[in-house]
Design a protein around this ligand. Sequence first.
Ligand code: GCU
Length: 641
Amino acid sequence: MALLLCAGIAATAAGRARAATPEPSALAFADGRGGVSLDGAWHVIIDPYDNGSLDYRSQPRPHGYFDDARPRDKSDLVEYDFARSPTLQVPGDWNTQRPDLLYYEGTIWYERRFDAALHEGNRAFVQFGAAAQRATVWLNGKRLGDHEGGFTPFAFEVTGIVRARDNSIVVKVDNTRRAEALPALNTDWWNYGGLTRGVRLIETPRTFIRAARVQLAREEPPSLARRVSSREGSGTLPGFPSSVDQQDASLVRGTVRLDGARAPVTVTIEIPDAHARHTVTTDESGQVRFAFVATLAPWSPESPRLYDVVVRAGDDRVTDRIGFRTIRTQGPNILLNGKPIFLRGISMHEEALGRGGRATTRAEAEALLGLAKELGCNFVRLAHYPHGEEMTRAADRLGLLVWSEIPVYWTIAWSNVTTLAAARAQLAEEIARDGNRASVVLWSVGNETPVSDARNRFLRTLVDDVRAADDTRLVTAALEHHAVDARTHLLDDPLGASLDVLGLNEYVGWYDGLPAKCDTLTWRSAYDKPIVVSEFGADAKAGQHGDALTRFSEEYQADVYRRQLAMLKKIPSLRGLSPWILVDFRSPRRPLPGVQDGWNRKGLVSNDGVKKEAFGVLRDAYRTWSPLAPPPLAPPPAAGR
Ligand code: GCU
């Protein structure tokens, strides 16, 4: 039963102040909108010298490949021709499409032509799921803009630029690694380049729904009822389900942001299967916050219930499939829908099983997550950058909780303002894209970053950004630790004070001693907060065998897993694991001939799908996993976190 809470709450001043980070440019609900998919074969020009945009003096060319020119007559000098140039598939990285491009880093120009039959009076945008690592886009010779960051979506408005027939779109993609960029120069994964996710021409009405976040408020019903009636004034919720079992009533909260509004607009949010329908009115600029109570079956790994949610505003209507759940911490516990949960997880990169290269399709996402389900996981750590939307939507459907991360990885330019701006922009784009994904419960602001004042300031800014953009999820980071003595390791990274959940990366038994070291090691934490061991593991070449002390053998890896699991179970505040890693992945840092050959071999499954002995060790452990009983729940706090 849906009860209406007619409180259209106008956007607050505080929210506007925080918009120091530019609003993400991508349109939400893109897939459900009219328009044209631009996926498929694109012509390409490999351009290691940036000849397409720079002249022999390395000065910007007034006329370059972006003109997509054709010789006007036999004497006209044009030294490129996309139409006769080879093609590459979009979406897809370029490195695994042609052997000569495997380790290519630099610029590649993409071009394709298309027709666009759009409705009179409508607006149009070109949207990219991702372009690694940066892109500049032209349509019909007009420069639309740039985007920095290889793992998040972006869009440009092309109303009035796009024409009905024979449009020329040219994209300069450059994956050159830069010290001030994110990721920076050094990573333990391959720097795939290209238009790695889908491209779409999107059509919208003049005024349209640019973004809508529809989630459950963080608190569960009992404290919600007390708080709502206390703060929002009893009587504002006449008939709050005192008679109805409060257990089922949930507070749905959210925001809608219109684009093109010139006056207040009526917005309706509807959840048909829950018989919930709520109407509010935006402010002049088309923004509104809303809250209403509905009876919803909670989303969880055991029952990943998704609801159709329909948002209408003026001529526009969008739908999304959304699960409703709450996630929060209480002392050392993580509570999903108010109940303690242990995150039985695995880490993974976004590489397609078998084929290699960036995973791009629904089937490739499901193949990877299917392996995680087979392991008995209820959680995956998507490392070290936002994976594609196919992945997080598949996690919603399959019932896997998600740790999502931006590539603030190892050592970056902590004091460089453009680096900080890039991190904040990637974070904002990631949260805007996946803000409605029930599966995503943890936003990670970094991985194995060295403690320093500049680093702490940098990461705390990101933590604040997360809290401002999304107060329904938890903030974490993969932290390092140090040895107090030969038998005691301590997690006391100062950033821990700002996080909800502490990620811990440790390689006892691989980089740090031999497997037996696990047997005598004790872990201590400086915080009364949940710990997720976000990485442990060992390399093993599938099919390579030896005794448990032979490096790179399956036996060694399996032994590390057995001893690690026994060691970690003793950590009182351990509330999750995501061992490194589900599948072997490409890394130029791993040359060992006949063993690694350019692959990090810490996978439990080889890149061509062969399960190693340790896969069974973890699967069996998760099957019977009951870590030391978590301490009894403390009474819920008055309000907030
Ligand atoms: C690091 C890092 C991973 C890397 C792993 C390894 O902890 O976070 O990106 O691949 O260790 O060394 O295998």
